[in-house]
Design a protein around this ligand. Sequence first.
Ligand code: PEP
Ligand code: MN
Length: 350
Amino acid sequence: MIIVMNGKTDDADVEKVIHKLYEMGHKVHISRGERRIILGVIGDVENLASVPFYAFNGVEEIIRIVKPYKLASREFKDFDTIIKVKDVIIGGKEVIVMAGPCVIENEKQIFETARYVKASGAKILRGGAFKPRTSPYSFQGLGEEGLKLLAQAGEETGLAVVTEVMSVNQIELVGKYTDIFQVGARNMQNFVLLKELGKTKKPILLKRGLSATIEELLLSAEYILSQGNYEVILCERGIRTFENYTRNTLDLSAVPVLKRLSHLPIIVDPSHATGRWRLVSPMAKAAIAVGADGLLIEVHPDPRSSLSDGAQTLRLDTFTQLMKELSPIAQAVGRELGTSAENDLERMKN
Ligand code: PEP
Ligand code: MN
């Protein structure tokens, strides 16, 4: 249930309603907009039926949210969630590009990639240190050593960093180095992990499961939000279909659908979605055209020697070219992308 109050209501009057809800045994989630203040009450609200909320100053409407996810829904918040990481704004006018290798391999690889993607206009550096590999015999990542290198490369370039956390017992360690926790597709329904991440104070990049519906993705986001962490970035990364030319099928319609259903920012990962580097560029462009707030792209100085996902990884120069081509598309849909990038690239060449 949500209680909608007028945005100009005195704090003391808002407090009275919150107090009443606490008194009746409920946890309250507050979303303050300019026009409206929304109090979200989750769970069994049966005992509130007899409370005359309309008699409280400022209360305008009481709505029952029928969708299974509540805090993630547009009903709960009628303006877009904006997430600030260092000086990067995710979910605003600028389309944010997160780029980097699938897996952190060594100092040279991650620093070279970091400098290059930064100069091309990327705002966030990605790289895995704990990798959820399909085969137990594939390279599993450098662990803490990789996290250290990622954090150092982020620090040197001024890029924020994102990396995957695979289990509850990794949260503390990964949290020491990362700005954003990534939950991989294979862990989208690891509810224990989601709940624990909901207790942290860092943004969560939540990737859609390999065969998860949009509603299931939003319910997973709800797990995080329900614990008090409202900073969730959704990520469409392709789903399993009968088509096997591509690694997955990129469900681009998920972007406008999620924009309609939820206030959370949504980014697209054309690398894991297609599994083929030649398809990354066209699908990245399409993602921006349909309203994505950002992209997650795998980039490596030498994809042929990459220890993971080389076939879908862009070379540094191909990435730069893509960034140039994305900018006019962003502009065409009223967004911005990599504004200072060209100057930075020029400076790097000199
Ligand atoms: C990744 O982004 O590093 C990754 C493993 O992707 P996904 O979880 O979407 O397969
Ligand atoms: Mn990968």
